[in-house]
Write a protein that binds this ligand. Sequence first.
Ligand code: KG4
Ligand code: ZN
Length: 341
Amino acid sequence: MKDLILGIETSCDETGIALVGKDGIIAQALHSQIALHQQWGGVVPELASRDHLKRLLPMIDAMLKEHNIDQQRIAAIAYTGGPGLIGALLVGACVGAALATAWGIPAIPIHHLEGHLLVPMLDDPALTFPFVALLVSGGHSQIVEAKALGQYRILGQSIDDAVGEAFDKTAKTMGLAYPGGPMIEKLALDGDEDRFELPRPMLHEDLQMSFSGLKTAVVRHWQGCSQSEQDKKDLAASFQKAAFDVLVHKCKKALASFDKPSLVLCGGVAANQALSSRMQALMIKLGGKLHVPNRALCTDNGVMIAFAGYLRWQEGLDPEAVAAENIFVSPRKSIEESQLY
Ligand code: KG4
Ligand code: ZN
């Protein structure tokens, strides 16, 4: 019986694979390239592509063997078609399409942000459409209305840096390793969040956001202080508070017109406990419900791509559109055009 979807995620610096079926996650594996890129202070696209290429097939082979899964059970392959680094995306797409051709099954290109957006549905039956999502990653900060599978509308977004990017740049300014998010979160726990006065950009404009001015203000404060360990903690805490004040305020605004709203918090920055606590408090106030994926499923992974592929496969696919020889890679497409095939 063909009942499983193999997911492949290679949009940036994680090689993620997973098998998802009606009982949820059957198997998964993840290789992070953080160590590879850390010495350069950020992701080097060419190194990322080469590493995905080196690892992908052996990882898939090992996962199938380890879980004793017969390849005959795989009904389709879902791969990240975009957005992301073009070379990295092409590796996942070509490996996925080649395997799908060899196995005589469809290959479904998945929008990376749709993967982030839908993954909380995997183990949370209470979460159904419609809902609003705050999608905060290294490349995107968006408030999205999800009406149904494939029907997404951007209500607001950052006009410059993404929140994750601001975390990474703040960390870099203070001499911390890439990626900065987890380090800033840790430092902030022991910091004074009111010590440094930082801007809350575009707070009073509709649902658009901006984080580049906040990043510049962080640099200015860092250069103007003694750069001690306590300064680091206080600046991390003050930065985090400023960024989250903006996110909470914008979500509150976005949800004002929804009755008993459901808010999905997703993307890498959703792994931040301080952010999820603040969003939880907001949702209690609004009489709605917050849904956050498990911490490990907030950052990039193969499960989210397999699950989005599973939902699309379950809904029924046009065999011609998802024929394995059609390879779809689109590095910049918006979530509003989430159907890449
Ligand atoms: O979704 P993701 O894994 O990759 C993209 O699609 O961009 O998000 C990565 C981003 C990075 O900027 C990273 O610093 C941030 O998520 N991040 C965090 C935390 N964990 C990861 N930001 C704040 N707090 C965290 N705990
Ligand atoms: Zn992502």
